[in-house]
Structure formats: C-alpha cells, structure tokens
Design a protein around this ligand. Structure first.
Ligand code: NAD
Length: 376
C-alpha cells in the first residue's frame, strides 16, 4: 500500500508557512506516495492549490488527519488534532518539546511516532534537513530589514550634492546561523557592522563577512557546538565590554540563545538608556524571553527614544522562501524512509533515532522526558 502523506493548512493564527510546496509534493508523488492536502494549505505562503500537481484535496483538516500515514507540519499539532490521527501515523514537524508538554503527552499517549525537526542532529550528512538553520537564516535577514526600516538613517554611506552621510553602525549579538545572516545582510546594505558571540569559533566567521568582532575576554564554549550558560562574573564582564559597543550602535540585532533555556539577557535597561535616541534594537530572541530586558514579544516599544522591536516567528514573514526551504528539509529527512512509496524507518540511522520525540507510547527524547518529570 502506498503511503499517504498529508499536509494541513496551519492552524496557528500567525503561521503563514506550509509544510508542503508544489515542488516537494511532486517529488513525493514521483516516489510513489499519495499526497493528501487540506484545500488552501499553501495560500498564505503564496502557493495556490492550482500550483500543486498530483495532489488529492480535502475540505478542511479532518479527512487529512484521519487518512495520513505521515503528517508533515510546520507548528506543533494541537491536542485535538493529535486525537484524530491514526495510532500508526508518523508526524514530522517542529514540536517545541520543552514548551509543549500537553502536546508531547498526547503524542505519547496515542502511541504515535513523532519526529521533531528541532532534534535533527547537526551532523554534516543532515545539513540538508536542518530546519532550525534554514528558518534561522531567514529570521536573521528579516531582522536587519526591520532594523533598517525602523531607523531614521541610511545604512550605507552616501556621498551626495547635499554632503556626505555617514554609514550606520550595526551591532549583531549572537553569531550563529541567524546572526551570520544578519551580518551579511547589514553588510550588503552598506552598514559598518560589529558582532559578538560567546563562542570564540565565530570570530573568524564574523571577520570573513567583513564585520569586526567585539572582544570581551569571555568564552563560553559548550558541548555539541552550542554555547553553555555563563556564570554571574562572566556575565558582568561581558556586559561591561558590550555596553560600550551597544551605546555606539545605531541598530542592534540580537539573536543569542542557548538550546532549551530562556534567552540570555544581554541588553539591560541601563544599556538601552546609554543608546542615542533614534537607535533601534531588534530582538529576535523575543519569543524565548528576549536578549533585551525591555523586549516584549510581538511589540514595538520606545524607551527614552530607543525603539525596541520584539518580532515573533520571523520566518513566516518570508513564507514563500521559508516554506520552500522547510519543505525541502522535510523531504530530505523523509526520503531515506521512502522505498517504492512505502514507509520503512531504519532505527539504526542516527538521524531518525535522535530526532524521534515519541514512539510506541514512550517519550524517546531524554531531555524532554526529564523535563516532563521523568515519565516515559
Ligand atoms: P543558537 O540559535 O542556539 O544560538 C545563536 C547564537 O547565540 C549562537 O552562536 C550562540 O553561541 C550565541 N549565544 C548564546 N549565548 C550568548 C551570549 N550570552 N552572548 C552572545 N552570544 C550568545 O545557535 P545556532 O545558530 O542554531 O547554531 C549553533 C551552532 O551550531 C553554531 O556553531 C552553528 O554553526 C552550528 N551549526 C552546525 C550545523 C552542522 O554542522 N550541520 C548546522 C547548523 C548550525
């Protein structure tokens, strides 16, 4: 029996992305799968139903939920949606395991196999499946465009008949995937860019993009390429050195995060008060609590003339490209398990094993199991 692969119109109000694009729906059909989608699923990402070939359409989400052997999603499914899936179904998407206890429990209790795209190991072979990176790059790009549009200054230096305009100074805090894209984007727009990260490995990457690396004398190498949390003394030292650079910046873009933890607070109220009126902070860690003390998620506020923007789900602002990239990530993840239209998961494959959140009535991801009080 060919596998039925389903995709819904995302139900979260701010979610404009779609998990299946025409390109990937076509590829899955060519692999022998049956693709079943909810009508209008791609509309908000500007993929009209008419752009999809070889897809069966359902009115509303219920028939898709009832028939899918594999359900591809962007946002975590709701508990009510999970209740409608077949017990044998496989769900693949972002699961936000540390924020969605009720949903994780529902997946477990239904005995479903759920793969969380956040948990795909960051090994070379899995780069084409790395949805955290593809979506973070979009967020970094968009954050700089927001900063440029909020600022009442040019980014580039201009030499005009009315005299020379100095370029804007941009500071990017956190030079991971989003931060590096933010640096590249700000440079393309002609700003003078500085960047800072607690991981010293980023120094060379920052410099290679034509930005200056801010030295604070603090290193926070953690395991697995991620940062560890800093001690109080380290934080104070970092803060002191950074505050001076924050005060000098016209626009600050913050992207710092530590996996599974609230975002580190890096810009204090006092640091904002040292910034020049008209300066801008775009805090893309807003959803995780923000890197700036004053950030409020989904709001633009002004403090002593400094604008603080706390955008959420920035990737959805570029829904077309974000969906293209995300759908390709999903396809690259799923393809090794598709054999002549059937689903065969090789549990010895570390990508499947490590990204599995629930299976057979158990929570398979250890950190999530611990966070939920050790229950299996
Ligand atoms: P992330 O979103 O978890 O964090 C963003 C950045 O914030 C990181 O660079 C982190 O070091 C930094 N940060 C954390 N605390 C900070 C603080 N207090 N001050 C300043 N900066 C702080 O990270 P990410 O963008 O997802 O990437 C994490 C790492 O994984 C990077 O080294 C990246 O290159 C690597 N990576 C590897 C692969 C792969 O090998 N397949 C794929 C993607 C990313």
């Amino acid at each position: 029996m060919p596998v039925t692969i389903g995709a819904l119109k995302e139900s979260a109000p701010q979610e404009t992305r779609v998990s299946l694009t025409p390109e990937i729906a076509d590829k899955l059909a060519k692999e022998g799968a049956q693709v079943l989608m909810e009508r209008g699923a791609g509309e908000r990402a500007r993929f009209p139903d008419s752009a999809y070939k070889n897809v069966a359409w359902a009115e509303g989400p219920d028939p898709v939920l009832a028939a899918a052997d594999v359900l591809l999603a962007v946002q975590p499914l709701t508990v009510a949606q999970i209740a409608q899936l077949k017990p044998s179904a496989v769900v693949i998407g972002f699961m936000q395991p540390h924020a969605r206890a009720a949903e994780v429990r529902a997946l477990k209790q239904r005995g479903l196999t759920a793969f969380a795209m956040e948990l795909v190991p960051r090994i070379s072979r899995a780069q084409s499946m790395d949805a955290l990176s593809s979506q973070a790059a979009i967020a970094g790009y968009k954050a700089v465009l927001i900063a440029a549009s909020q600022l009442q200054k040019f980014f580039p230096m201009l030499t005009t008949a009315a005299g020379t305009i100095r370029p804007s100074q941009v500071l990017v805090i956190g030079a991971g995937v989003a931060g590096l894209q933010a640096i590249a984007t700000a440079r393309r727009l002609g700003a003078v860019v500085e960047a800072y990260d607690v991981r010293s490995a980023t120094r060379e990457q920052v410099k290679s993009l034509g930005a200056r690396f801010v030295e604070t004398g603090v290193s926070a190498e953690g395991t697995g390429g991620y940062a560890r949390e800093l001690t109080a003394a380290e934080k104070a030292q970092q803060q002191e050195a950074l505050d001076a650079r924050i005060a000098a910046a016209d626009a600050v873009v913050t992207t710092a995060s530590v996996p599974g933890r609230p975002a580190p607070k890096i810009i204090s109220r006092a640091a904002v008060e040292r910034m020049r009126p008209g300066s801008v902070v775009v805090d893309i860690a807003a959803e995780q609590g923000g890197n700036c003390e004053l950030t409020r998620a989904n709001e633009v506020l002004e403090h002593q003339g400094v604008r603080i923007v706390g955008p959420v789900n920035l990737a959805a602002d570029l829904a077309y490209n974000a969906s293209e990239m995300y759908a390709r990530n999903l396809y690259n993840f799923l393809k090794p398990a598709l054999a002549r239209g059937e689903l065969v998961i090789d549990w010895n494959d570390e990508v499947f094993a490590q990204s599995c959140l629930t299976r057979g009535g158990e929570i398979r991801h250890e950190a999530t199991r611990k966070a939920l009080g050790g229950e299996t």
